[in-house]
Design a protein around this ligand. Structure first.
Ligand SMILES: Cc1cc2nc3c(=O)[nH]c(=O)nc-3n(C[C@H](O)[C@H](O)[C@H](O)COP(=O)(O)OP(=O)(O)OC[C@H]3O[C@@H](n4cnc5c(N)ncnc54)[C@H](O)[C@@H]3O)c2cc1C
Length: 69
């Protein structure tokens, strides 16, 4: 119930409960850094959702890499 987000707390924007803020593309406040699953703000705590968000984050990361090459 406590997000393990200490590693990024000084890097990306967190909500008041320590979860990572993302948009619908799983983009954090820092370009090139993505978050998905139970660590993200507004998470549902369901494994199928975490897996789907992982897919979205991976696709967003691929797009980001292609656009910055
Ligand atoms: C007791 C319990 C019962 C549950 N029952 C259900 C259920 O019946 N149905 C359902 O859909 N969901 C259930 N869930 C929720 C489900 O387990 C989660 O939604 C899902 O595991 C989230 O996946 P995740 O990859 O986002 O996070 P996690 O599965 O928590 O994976 C995160 C991983 O990151 C690792 N990690 C953390 N910090 C670091 C670091 N600094 N460096 C490297 N690695 C790190 C952790 O060790 C962990 O392996 C349950 C959860 C719990 C706790």
């Amino acid at each position: 119930m406590i997000p393990a987000t200490n590693i990024v707390k000084d890097l990306v924007e967190l909500d008041e409960n320590g979860y990572i803020k993302v948009n619908q593309h799983m983009e954090t406040s820092v370009p090139g850094i993505f978050a998905a699953g139970d660590c993200r703000s507004g998470q549902t705590g369901q494994v199928v959702v975490a897996a789907g968000e992982g897919c979205i984050a991976a696709m967003s990361a691929e797009k980001y890499i292609q656009n910055t090459e």
